[in-house]
Design a protein around this ligand. Structure first.
Ligand SMILES: *Cc1c(COP(=O)(O)O)cnc(C)c1O
Length: 397
């Protein structure tokens, strides 16, 4: 059978010592709620918001309970109401169309290219159908953001970015999440910062962010934020915007702040691992690596490759043989949703018009996590195993 890998694809690194110490301090004083502060104290949550805003260059930041909450909150803050159609990527994960459906709006799926980014032709054809695009930078692949913003601006379509996989990434030097009206991030365990659950929302738009702060459940205590819009922005909205509680707490913020300081270094380590696997898979007949344009400064916490135009049986054989050798691949072409790999046509609450080009890409798309607990040697081994299996299955076909 050849070499076998014994690592665990879902094991993240332990949190840094500084996070443990910060968590202990919060637990000892007991003020976990973000608005429960002692005289003169600044809440960990408010400090995290200030630091995350500074790290992205955004004027405002709000910490919330999850990435999915951030998406729903951003949609509401940008004026989406029940019945509205919202454009979004066909290649994404369930919380994205779920956030749209969650506020009674209707997802309209836009196709994916073999570069794993949004299909601009399909987008142009659909722009007139909606006032908002919830753009998912799925698996960290970033489209040409300049072109996207020109298209959407011209059509009067507001862009909200789902940056669950692009925290710390950029297009053409401008951070992901800073192109659209709002950027939404997740700090769930499998993303780039780990607080178990959590989300961050950034924006330069005072009106949208004031709405988001009120929506998140600020009990009129928005004056205690450090990265929120000035009081005037709330003057009228405070009477109009409902409280849909989804705040972050001080414990999560406390463990995130030291991780945020290390984000750049961690991003470098992820990319080192990505490059090792990519080296191993260069020039494997039948296997395509998605293009990574020069302008895309990615953070590769996962790895994708394509077996374009292979039969379903052959792709399934690759998945099975890799699994037998310890390499866990997720297949976006499977007929039934398995784990996190659901397809746009498996979400039956939303009508999905056929997207043949996207079906071809998804049918051949394999995906794998790259946790930082893997060494560079592990990544070389994973590359060799995939290369062997793909070569072998192709030879048998
Ligand atoms: C994880 C994820 C989210 C939402 O994050 P949660 O914090 O789990 O709610 C949104 N979009 C994508 C693409 C994700 O992978």
């Amino acid at each position: 059978m050849g070499e076998v890998f014994h690592g665990n694809f879902t094991q993240q690194e332990p949190l840094p010592e500084a996070s443990l110490a910060a968590a202990e301090a919060v637990l000892r004083h007991g003020r976990l709620h973000r608005y429960n502060t002692a005289e003169g104290e600044i809440a960990e949550t408010a400090l995290l918001e200030e630091e995350f805003a500074a790290s992205t260059g955004a004027a405002f930041c709000l910490a919330v309970a999850s990435g999915g909450y951030a998406l729903g909150c951003a949609l509401r803050a940008c004026g989406v109401v029940p019945g509205d159609r919202v454009l979004t990527n066909a290649f994404t994960l369930a919380p994205v169309p779920g956030a749209i459906a969650g506020i009674g709006a209707v997802p309209v799926f836009v196709g994916v290219t073999d570069g794993l980014t949004i299909d601009f032709d399909d987008l142009e054809a659909k722009l007139a159908q909606a006032r908002v695009l919830l753009l998912s930078h799925m698996r960290g692949h970033i489209c040409d953001m300049g072109r996207l913003m020109r298209l959407c601006d011209r059509a009067g379509v507001t862009v909200i970015e789902d940056c669950a996989h692009t925290m710390g990434a950029a297009w053409d030097g401008r951070p992901s999440g800073r192109w659209g009206r709002m950027g939404c991030f997740s700090t769930q365990t499998y993303k780039h910062l780990n607080s178990g659950e959590g989300g961050l929302l950034i924006s330069d738009d005072a009106d949208a962010m004031a709405r988001a702060v009120l929506l998140s459940g600020s009990y009129m205590l928005y004056g205690r934020h450090r990265a929120a819009p000035p009081e005037e922005a709330f003057a009228q909205l405070r009477y109009e915007v409902p409280n849909i509680s989804g705040r972050m707490d001080n414990l999560r913020a406390a463990i995130l702040r030291p991780q945020l300081k290390a984000l750049k270094r961690q991003a470098g380590r992820w990319n080192d691992r990505y490059r090792k696997v990519a080296e191993g898979l260069a020039d494997v007949p039948g296997l395509t690596l998605p293009a990574r344009p020069e302008a895309e400064q990615f953070v590769a916490s996962s790895f994708q490759f394509l077996l374009l135009d292979w039969t379903n049986d052959a792709v399934a054989a690759v998945v099975a043989d890799c699994a037998a050798r310890g390499v866990e691949l997720k297949w976006f072409g499977a007929a039934e949703p398995v784990g996190f790999t659901s397809r746009y046509d498996s979400w039956r609450y939303a009508d999905a018009d056929p997207l043949p080009g996207s079906d071809r890409v998804l049918a051949g798309l394999l995906d794998m996590r790259l946790p930082l607990t893997f060494s560079l040697d592990d990544c070389s081994l994973i590359g060799r195993i995939i290369r062997d299996v793909v070569t072998d299955v192709r030879g048998r076909a």
